[in-house]
Structure formats: C-alpha cells, structure tokens
Design a binder for this molecule. Structure first.
Ligand SMILES: *Cc1c(COP(=O)(O)O)cnc(C)c1O
Length: 421
C-alpha cells in the first residue's frame, strides 16, 4: 500500500488511485537500475503533496509580486540556506522547475543567440541541454563539443584545452548524463580561467555523491553549478543552481523573470526536506554505499564478459557496450524489464547504431542502495542481468528471473510503499 495512504484519492478517483498503487507496487517489485531514479522518503512525499501547491509567489523572498508570502518566504529561505550550507556555496536558487530549465537559465544568463559554448558531446555522455542539435540550446546557440577517448572512455582534457583555445567559448560545461568517471573540476577550472569562460558544472547525476563526500565537489572551481534534486540527491523532481556571489544576480534574473513564472512551492519545501536529510551523517554512508555497490556490480559484470565503457566506474553509473553480446541495447533493456530489472538503453561513445536503437545500456545504483542492497547482492544482480540478456526471447526464463528478483526485494522495504494487510 502506498505510503502515505491514498485514502482521499481512493474515494474521489479510484481509477487513478489504482494506477498509483500499481506503480508503487511495480517500484517495490523491480530492481530499479535507471541511473537517474531513486526512492524519496515519505517525508519528501508529504511535503510534495502539501497545500503549498495552492500558493503563487512569483519573485524571490522579500520581493514578491503576490501577497500572502508570510509562510512561503521562510520556506524558500530555509531551502536556500540548506543548499548553501550542504554544498558550501555562496548563493543558491531553488526555483528551477527541473534540470533542463536550470541549464536554460545558464544559457540565458551568459550567452546571446549564436554565441559559442563548449560541452560534452551527447553521444559521449553529455545532456540534451548541452547543445544537442534537436535542443533549443543547439538550435539558437553555437555549441562546440569535446568527447571521450576511444580507448580510455574518459574525457580528454588536452582536447578540451585545445578546443577552448581555438574557439574561445563564453561558457564551458562539464558534467553529463552518462559519465561513469570522476569529473576533474580543477582541470576544467584551469582551462576556463585561461580562456576567460564561465565554468558551469552540471552535477545533476552526482549531486548526492558530492553532498555525501563520495565525489569531489565543484565548489571553488565552477562559477555556476546546476543540478537536479531527484537523482542521487534523493529529493523531489526539481533543480537548483548554486553560484558565486558574482553570478548570483544574473542567474536569479534568468530564472525569474527570464524563463519561469511562479515557483512550485510544494517542490521547494520538499527540496528543503531532502537537503536536511542529505546533511545527516547517514547520508554520507548512503553515498559511499552507492559507489561501493556500483564498483561491485561493475566487477561482477566484467567477470561475466560485459564490456564496460572506460572499464569500470568511480560513481553510481555503469555504461555497457553490448556489441560483444550480440544484442542491441533496446531489445536487451526490454528483456531485462520483463525479468524485473529496470534500466535504459543508451548510446555508447562512437556508437555505430542510432540513438533510438543504440548499442548500450546504462545502469545506476542509487535506487537499489536506498532499498538497502549492498555489495553482497551485486553478484546476484549481475547474474540475473546476464541470464536475462542471454534468454531475451525466452519468456519462461524471464518470468523465473522476475520471480527471484521479487523474492530478494521482499526483504528490503521501500520508502513509499508497505505490505500492509
Ligand atoms: C537529468 C539531467 C538533466 C535534466 O534534468 P530534467 O529534470 O530531466 O530536466 C540535466 N543535465 C544532466 C547532466 C542530467 O543528467
């Protein structure tokens, strides 16, 4: 049963309540390896579902365009203060609706149409909002991309420096959405300083690891840091931008009135809750366990002949090139889903296949670590992945694996669902 229980919804709209219950059950029964997903706490769920959704508050605390901000102002101030304190940043904006609008705000703050910026190629692990040709950031601006080495699978800082010197970008983005290795913030800062660019670290995936001390922090190196709040940071769907004093006003203006209207106050409150949770000692343990689980899973997959991009992982994320397993990413992901293992098909660097049916799959350990799985369970997870991929057309085997997964997970409670009578 969903936690907190959906008693009012069940009475008012049983169809929808039934669907939400089914989703909660699905999240309970599956090994969720989508690298951008997690399980938030019941406290975060309660804040997200609160009456704060009723309130409009365009502007910032102390300077709003609507009355009645006696309570919303301190809520937003609390979220901002917790963000500044957790990451050690001078300024925080907690209003971006999600990670993509947060990045748009960066573009709006520092670039004019046609201006050049430097970022990681989408197919090498970058994000759509880092200048993909199908994104407004690729259509209206002039992105130049660095990539990873064919052999190393890692960002090549010599290439970054050469491109920066040749192209003189106004903004340099580091970070991305499928990077299994540590981002070298000091090296990026050195390049940005040399060419006079604003350095932006997009830590959407690794924010929880940074907060928990399991990945180096970009604070002190990046001028601007964007992040979602719902991936490893384990908060509600939303985003934040952290900046130095120097860039605070430009970013605030770009979010409002540049891009957005009223902030989602229920989300702001839930972000504040998640930031408090992330400041606790046990969140450090959680962040370390995410990485330990990813390393153990990477080792177990490698032992089974899987070809990991960059040869392993430093963080929560594993990218696998399935070419040597004679299956593409999409049919593999679909078979795994039927076997109770949820992940996404993904492009790998230098992928000869198309993005809609690429060669790889992407996995992450943030959600299963929240469930309480540890290193000792990773051999079983790797074996299940291996068996399901080998039996991609064999429904009976996939069903059997899904049953074994359900059995394992029955011993690991899920925040947001409880097996009540
Ligand atoms: C997830 C992600 C985003 C976008 O977040 P949304 O909330 O999905 O808009 C931006 N940048 C990176 C690197 C991401 O991984």
């Amino acid at each position: 049963m969903h936690q907190p229980p959906l008693s009012h919804l069940s009475a008012a709209d049983p169809d929808l309540a039934g669907l939400i219950e089914a989703e909660a059950r699905r999240q309970h029964d599956k090994v969720r390896l989508i690298a951008s997903e997690n399980y938030v706490s019941p406290a975060v769920l309660e804040a997200t579902g609160s009456v704060l959704t009723n309130k409009y508050s365009e502007g910032y605390p102390g300077k709003r365009y609507y009355e009645g901000q006696q309570v919303v102002d301190p809520i937003e101030e609390l979220a901002k203060a917790r963000a500044r304190e957790l990451f050690g940043a001078a300024h925080a904006n907690v209003q971006p609706y999600s990670g993509s609008p947060a990045n748009l705000a960066v573009h709006l703050a520092f670039l004019n149409p046609g201006d050049t910026f430097l970022s990681l190629e989408l197919a090498h692990g970058g994000h759509l909002t880092h200048g993909s040709p199908v994104s407004i950031t690729g259509k209206w601006l002039r992105p130049v991309h660095y990539g990873v080495g064919r052999e190393t699978g890692r960002v090549d800082m010599d290439q970054v420096r050469d491109l920066a010197r040749a192209e003189r970008p106004k903004v340099i983005f580091c970070g991305g959405t499928a990077i299994p290795r540590t981002i070298d913030f000091p090296a990026f800062a050195e390049v940005a300083r040399e060419v006079g660019a604003v350095l932006v670290a997009d830590i959407a995936h690794i924010a929880g690891l940074v907060a928990g001390g399991a990945h180096p922090s970009p604070v002190g190196y990046a001028d601007v840091i964007t992040t979602t709040t719902h991936k490893t940071l384990r908060g509600p769907r939303g985003a934040m931008i952290l900046t130095t004093e120097e860039h605070a006003t430009a970013i605030d203006k770009a979010i409002f009135p540049g891009l957005q209207g009223g902030p989602h106050n229920h989300t702001t409150a839930a972000i504040a809750v998640a930031l408090k949770e992330a400041a606790q000692e046990d969140f450090k343990t959680y962040a370390r366990q995410i990485v330990a689980n990813a390393r153990a899973l990477a080792a177990a997959l490698t032992a089974r002949g899987f070809d990991l991009v960059s040869g392993g992982t430093d963080n929560h994320l594993i990218l696998i090139d399935l070419t040597n397993k004679d299956i593409a990413g999409k049919p593999a992901a679909k078979a795994l889903d039927r076997a109770g293992i949820e992940l996404n098909f993904n492009t790998v660097p230098f992928d000869p296949r198309k993005p809609w049916s690429p060669s790889g799959i992407r996995l992450g350990t943030a959600a299963i670590t929240t469930r309480g799985l540890t290193e000792e369970h990773m051999a079983f997870v790797a074996a299940s992945i291996d068996q399901a991929i080998a039996a991609a057309d064999d429904e009976a085997t996939l069903d059997k694996i899904a049953g074994e997964i359900r059995e394992l997970l029955a011993g690991f409670p899920m925040p947001g669902w409880a097996a009540t009578p």
